[in-house]
Design a binder for this molecule. Structure first.
Ligand code: HEM
Length: 88
């Protein structure tokens, strides 16, 4: 039973970029990958390349066939919220 699903901005995503607190976005969904890091077949340091950012392109370059959404279903934080520039 996880917390609530809620939108995440790019700037909030960027703050979750450490081994103890790592989030990553793929195709508009933000996942908390902290607990998956030790299980990543490519190793934690490879997965950390995508921590705190939209990792869609890195992910697709390495293994577009991997079903990340089912592997990380329980790690979903919420949709990535895109911000408009210069909005006040
Ligand atoms: C394998 C990198 C994100 C799941 C690998 C391998 C690399 C890699 C280099 C190959 C390991 C090897 O064959 O020795 C990355 C990078 C990522 C990323 C740079 C993002 C920055 C993810 C995510 C998931 C994932 C989000 C799913 C939760 C897997 C799986 C394999 C794998 C299942 C084995 C794939 C296979 O053998 O067909 N990864 N990964 N990875 N990764 Fe990732």
């Amino acid at each position: 039973v996880g917390g609530r699903i809620r939108p995440v901005s790019l700037s909030e995503l960027a703050t979750h970029n450490t081994l103890n607190d790592a989030w990553l976005a793929i195709r508009g969904r933000v996942y908390n990958i902290t607990h998956y890091l030790p299980y990543h077949p490519g190793g934690p340091e490879e997965l950390m390349r995508g921590a705190g950012i939209d990792a869609t392109q890195i992910f697709d370059k390495v293994h577009p066939w991997v079903n990340y959404d089912s592997l990380l279903a329980k790690c979903l934080v919420g949709p990535l919220r895109f911000e408009l520039p210069d909005s006040e």
